[in-house]
Design a protein around this ligand. Structure first.
Ligand code: 5GP
Ligand code: MG
Ligand code: MG
Length: 184
């Protein structure tokens, strides 16, 4: 759905479906150039990164395979707990592989820092991160994020895989919520 399908739920749209699609194509081209001749194992983080993964990998020409992990982050609220737990681990061995972690959004960077450290101990050839969105606070985290879709202001956003209380992942635009949604 578009934000205009249920306008009362949203405060403002940050990126339209078209802007997201166009940025995805740019990042995909950058990844293809960087990985020329190599095969990428893309590791998506459930559930937020499903849309980014689906669109990004289809915009790429590189050989790739995909795997998924689920880690705990925010629960139903809007603030990072700092506690990271692996709820679903990879099904593939990553020894010697070129890993590209695909994440929806980086806020504090706590989740990804933990994850990169965890995956590094499994001896891959390389690990890079693609995050569709990044918030200002992420710059205080030493994590090196090679590919970023959009740097956004410090607002809670939904859509394109991002949820509030598990809703709005199917919004094709990226938007902030109207205050009444948090209260209901
Ligand atoms: P971090 O560990 O970087 O603080 O948290 C990252 C995770 O928090 C993301 O993967 C996402 O699940 C959640 N998150 C952070 N900011 C937002 C936001 O603006 N909207 C939504 N829906 N989730 C967010
Ligand atoms: Mg996430
Ligand atoms: Mg969430």
């Amino acid at each position: 759905m578009r934000a205009s399908d249920i306008p009362g739920d949203f405060d403002h749209v940050l990126y339209t479906e078209e802007q997201v699609a166009s940025r995805i194509r740019e990042v995909a081209a950058q990844i293809d150039a960087d990985y020329a001749g190599r095969e990428i194992l893309m590791v998506g983080l459930l559930n937020g990164a499903v849309m980014t993964m689906a669109d990004l990998c289809r915009a790429m020409t590189s050989h790739m395979s995909m795997d998924w992990m689920a880690v705990s982050s925010y629960g139903a609220g809007t603030k990072s707990s700092g506690v990271v737990r692996i709820l679903k681990d990879l099904t593939k061995d990553i020894d010697g592989r070129d890993i590209l972690i695909v994440e929806d959004i980086i806020d504090t960077g706590l989740t990804l820092s933990y994850l990169v450290q965890n995956l590094r101990s499994r001896n891959p050839n390389s690990i890079e991160v693609m995050a569709m969105f990044r918030k200002p606070e992420a710059v205080t985290c030493p994590l090196d994020v090679k590919y970023v879709g959009f740097d956004i202001p410090n607002e809670f956003v939904v859509g394109y895989g991002l949820d509030y209380a598990d809703r709005y992942r199917n919004l094709t635009d990226v938007a902030t919520l109207a205050p009444h949604v948090y209260k209901s």
